[in-house]
Design a binder for this molecule. Structure first.
Ligand code: ZN
Length: 107
């Protein structure tokens, strides 16, 4: 990944690894690339300037790739795209889920 990094905007705990998320202006000089996951360095790069839904979908997409790597799951790329959409919709449609899980009484 040739983009010069700034500070990680997010750290994701995935299995026993910490994946750092960076915002970048461009990925591989290709305007059609919105994100990339580098399982070697445990880094995820997300292109800036996306809509919030686009951002969420890209983050989920790249996280699925990280999950594939860390849990040794192989998912066809077409299915990664379908999951990206399904999980983003699930998160949007259940926006109170995380706050519910972090309340006392749930561990
Ligand atoms: Zn992908």
């Amino acid at each position: 990944m040739k983009n010069k990094k700034k500070k990680a905007v997010l750290k994701l705990n995935i299995a026993d690894e910490v994946y750092r998320v960076y915002h970048v202006k461009c990925i591989d000089k290709d305007p059609k690339v919105y994100g990339v996951c580098d399982p070697e360095t445990h880094e995820i790069f997300i292109r800036e300037g996306q809509s919030s839904m686009g951002y969420l979908r890209t983050l989920i997409h790249e996280t699925i790739h990280a999950l594939e790597e860390e849990y040794k799951i192989k998912i066809k790329h077409k299915s990664v795209h379908k999951l990206e959409h399904a999980i983003a919709s699930f998160i949007i449609d259940n926006a109170n889920l995380l706050s519910t899980l972090t309340k006392k009484g749930t561990t």
